[in-house]
Design a protein around this ligand. Structure first.
Ligand SMILES: Nc1ncnc2c1ncn2[C@@H]1O[C@H](COP(=O)(O)OP(=O)(O)O)[C@@H](O)[C@H]1O
Ligand SMILES: [Mg+2]
Length: 239
């Protein structure tokens, strides 16, 4: 199976070389566990490797995301300027439509349909897609609608040959009975918890599922540093 690098060498090693090409991975976790940063590594390496990339940003202003990436040594701005990295500014569309609804009444809110339109309009030459955070679209759907929608988004992006990362906040993930997990090709869970031996709070990565891939069920430990995500042995903090 062809792979696309995750942008993190140690993670590539754990998953037989990268995320499976033209498939969708899901990254879930509580706020602050590093979901967005995993997405940024994937986009950054995609850009370096000359792939056309797209970020569908439903939760943060693109300027904030680019600043955060820069601090971690992942300078995405030149790629945005050259058009190699496209950013779909969904957060602005959401806030605009919420303001419209406040002014003119209901009917102006952004609907869950929009995500399908946005995914459909991803140009065919885009190879790497990150949707951060897809949980936004889950909130006003029934469980069945959500499953249909996420399967459809998956189908469209795979059909375009995109290797995709869905980032989903834990609340939306649990509210939808973790259904997203069944739809995707593989999933990564991020956690912050106490190491039972040292009592230290540590960042953990778990890969419960990855089709067609020999994965270890052991949890991995990582740090977020000024150089981005770095994996390490438990109990030994870097720096
Ligand atoms: N330069 C940095 N050095 C160390 N840790 C950082 C740095 N930048 C961000 N972080 C850590 O990353 C966390 C945010 O990661 P992020 O990917 O935005 O989380 P999520 O998307 O899961 O909410 C922050 O709460 C902070 O702990
Ligand atoms: Mg985030």
């Amino acid at each position: 199976m062809e792979r696309i690098t995750t942008g993190i060498a140690e993670l590539d090693e754990k998953v037989s070389g990268g995320y499976p090409k033209s498939k969708t991975m899901l990254i879930t976790g509580a706020p602050g566990t590093g979901k967005t940063i995993f997405g940024l590594h994937f986009l950054y390496k995609g850009c370096i490797d000359g792939r056309k990339c797209m970020l569908i940003a439903t939760e943060e202003m693109p300027e904030d995301i680019l600043t955060e990436a820069g601090i971690l040594g992942l300078d995405l701005r030149p790629y945005v300027d050259s058009g190699q990295l496209m950013i779909d500014r969904v957060l602005e569309a959401r806030t605009e439509s919420t303001k419209m609804a406040a002014q003119f009444g209901t009917g102006f809110e952004i609907t869950e349909m929009d995500i399908l339109e946005r995914v459909q309009s991803v140009p065919d030459d885009v190879e790497v897609v990150v949707i951060d955070n897809i949980g936004i679209f889950a909130l006003d759907l029934s469980i069945k609608e959500f499953r249909n929608k996420i399967d459809t988004i998956n189908y469209i992006l795979s059909g375009k040959g995109c290797t995709t990362v869905f980032i989903m906040d834990e609340t939306a993930y649990e509210l939808t009975h973790m259904l997203a997990e069944y739809s995707v090709y593989g999933s990564i869970k991020l956690m912050i918890k106490d190491n039972p031996y040292t009592g230290m709070r540590e960042r953990y990565l778990d890969i419960p599922k990855m089709r067609g891939t020999d994965i270890s069920l052991e949890l991995s430990v990582f740090d977020i540093t000024s150089k981005g995500i770095i994996f390490r042995k438990p109990g030994k903090k870097i720096g």
